[in-house]
Ligand binder design. Structure first.
Ligand code: GMT
Length: 376
């Protein structure tokens, strides 16, 4: 099939998932067209059946804000027409679902009937989408998508609670390529370059937005390192980074906390890790936690949003209430203090990821695309 994928091309989870999906579909012989304002960060190759179409914006003195939705829907129309696409799959409702609806209307005028699949990822519903500034348009674009999916049951329920949704939302969990992590663990894991043999390694990966509560990460680590010799790797970048680095200085942890910035080497970094910290205010799914588990890393997280669907309390890690820094530190210590306990959690974390394996989830998306194709 010929599939158009619209996403944010950044390090955020929705962009990562959309890119991995596109690459896996291309691998299976589908023709995939990414339509975004930059080449997606995880898109590491372009091939015969993997294309990237850049949405270009025109400067004009009258524009205080450039009309991205207009440029995006114009580009969608062009690409659907030129490459005869079968379906448009948009990730993150704002503004992608809205722009796709406009593209669909414009194409209809030309006698082309394209179906739109919208995948809800999280903050497009919880933090941004339900804000009065956007709510009406988000609700409209969800209700006017042909198929709507969400990445967890919790997100589906939240969407139905916050909006007046008139169609069924299908839950399709995020996925990972489990083998990619096995490979990194065996061949490229140079733990010794990060920590001394007796030190444990804790890791956090995010885009450092307030919702990630990166200062809680530091506070948890501060308590852990008092009991267990350890290092903390902070991967990613974003608005909270300066504040978080300041807290590290205040607590005298400069030697123990390493800020790595944005990285496309997350798989390699995770292979060093003994614990992954994710104390988010909310998390519709927590793809970063799933990636950590695939790399044999148990997760200490909050119990918010869809996290309990991914991280199993007492098995793949532990869940705590939002802001319960002491509890999260206590849980991390209970895993890290003993080699055999740590090994047991590592094994169970890895085993749990099998149900989120690419080969189980990809056919579900293919079925959805097929149903669009048949029902045009
Ligand atoms: O929060 C992020 O890291 C980025 C954000 C996005 O939309 O790019 O992530 C959301 O989508 C991910 C992929 O489905 C989920 O795993 C994240 O849990 C979700 N983030 C939140 O709900 C805060």
């Amino acid at each position: 099939m010929k599939i158009g994928i619209v996403c944010y091309p950044t390090f955020g989870g929705s962009g990562v998932l959309a890119t991995e999906l596109g690459m896996a579909l291309a691998d299976k012989g589908h023709q995939v067209h990414f339509i975004t304002y930059n080449q997606p960060v995880r898109l590491d190759f372009i091939s015969d059946n993997l294309h990237f179409h850049e949405v270009l914006l025109e400067e004009y003195p009258l524009f205080h804000y450039q009309p991205y939705e207009l440029a995006l829907s114009t580009k969608m129309v062009d690409v659907v027409e030129k490459y005869n696409l079968d379906v448009l799959h948009v990730h993150y409702a704002i503004p992608h679902a809205y722009a796709a609806y406009m593209a669909k209307l414009m194409l209809k005028e030309k006698g082309i009937h394209i179906k739109v699949v919208t995948t809800l990822h999280g903050t497009d519903i919880t933090l941004v989408g339900s804000h009065p500034t956007y709510k009406t348009a988000v609700e409209f674009s969800i209700n006017n998508s042909d198929i709507v999916t969400s990445v967890s049951t919790n997100l589906k329920n939240t969407t139905n609670r916050l909006f007046n949704i008139k169609k069924d939302i299908q839950v399709i969990y995020n996925f990972i390529d489990v083998e990619k992590y096995d490979h990194a663990n065996h061949e490229e894991c140079k733990r010794i370059s990060i920590a001394k043999p007796e030190e444990r390694i804790l890791t956090h990966v995010s885009n450092f937005r307030p919702v990630k509560r990166t200062e809680d990460v530091i506070r948890i680590f501060n308590l852990v390192q008092k009991e267990i010799p350890s290092k903390l790797l902070m991967v990613g970048d974003g608005p909270e980074r300066v504040k978080t680095e300041e807290l590290v200085r205040q607590l005298g942890l400069n030697e123990k906390v390493i800020f790595l910035g944005n990285s496309s080497e997350v798989t390699k970094i995770l292979c060093y890790s003994d614990i992954f910290l994710l104390p988010s205010e909310t998390e519709s799914f927590g793809l970063a936690a799933l990636e950590a588990m695939a790399a044999n890393t148990p997760v200490i997280s909050t119990n918010t949003g869809g996290l309990p669907e991914v991280n199993i309390h007492g098995e793949t890690g532990y869940l705590s209430d939002l802001g319960a820094v002491d509890d999260m530190a206590k849980n991390a210590i209970s895993i890290l203090k003993d080699d055999s306990i740590l090994l047991e959690f590592k094994k169970k974390a890895k085993a749990h990821t099998k149900q989120f394996a690419l080969e189980n989830i990809l056919p579900v998306y293919e079925e959805i695309y097929k149903s669009c194709y048949i029902n045009v």
